[in-house]
Design a protein. Structure first.
Lengths: 80, 80, 80, 80
């Protein structure tokens, strides 16, 4: 091969390498962004579930209080 | 005693007896009225209590349904 | 009429009057007893109704608290 | 430069390009995987929210039925 052909082939390789590295950086940025969104989504989901658990405890309390009210009514009906 | 005194005394007794019998009839009417009111009051009270028992059963159903809803929420929170 | 007949009639009237007065006293005692029972029954009924009114207020509070819980759940579902 | 140096430089570039392309494929696979997980997570979240909306409607119904029960009790107390 002539020196000119070597040179031309090397330039082509160098250009392709640069393009691939640029694409690489883009992919890594996208990946990092997606990972952050997934993590954010999981944190949000956990926070949501924690709020729902508080609500469930509150609902338990209300059901318990309605049951007490029910027992009071039953005693009133039978006792009077 | 003279016949006239006898006659007067007898008339007085007859009058008193009539008054007392009239009073008797009034009292019996009042007693009958009160007995009917007391019986009516007891029937009313029993009907009231029957209505309250229906309400109590309905409340039991509602508490049961709220408990089912609560269990569904608990499963949703843990299962998802 | 002979004096003896007058006497006999008078005794009969006196006896009847006494019986009627005794019956009167019995009726008045029964009436007084019934009046007290009716009054007691009305006081009891009023006390019962007062207890039921307290229960109704408690039920109002529980329904209000369940409605608040419902609103919190609605906000959680839409906001997250 | 000698022909040997050219050759050596070209080989080095070729190797580097291969490594970068391999890294690229790995990143694209990771990205695709993450995108699917994120999409799956959003579908799951939407299904969860749909279930919670059904639950909210059921809770509305129960609150409505408790309010009707409350009104029946109020009428019983005042009407009797």
């Amino acid at each position: 091969q002539s020196a000119h052909e070597f040179q031309s082939h090397r330039d082509s390789l160098t250009q392709k390498l640069q393009d691939t590295e640029t694409r690489n950086q883009t992919l890594e940025a996208q990946l990092s962004d997606l990972e952050q969104r997934l993590e954010g989504s999981q944190l949000e989901r956990e926070a949501f579930r924690t709020s729902l658990r508080s609500l469930l405890e509150l609902l338990d309390t209300k059901i318990f209080e309605l049951t007490e009210l029910r027992d009071t009514l039953a005693k009133l009906i039978e006792g009077s």
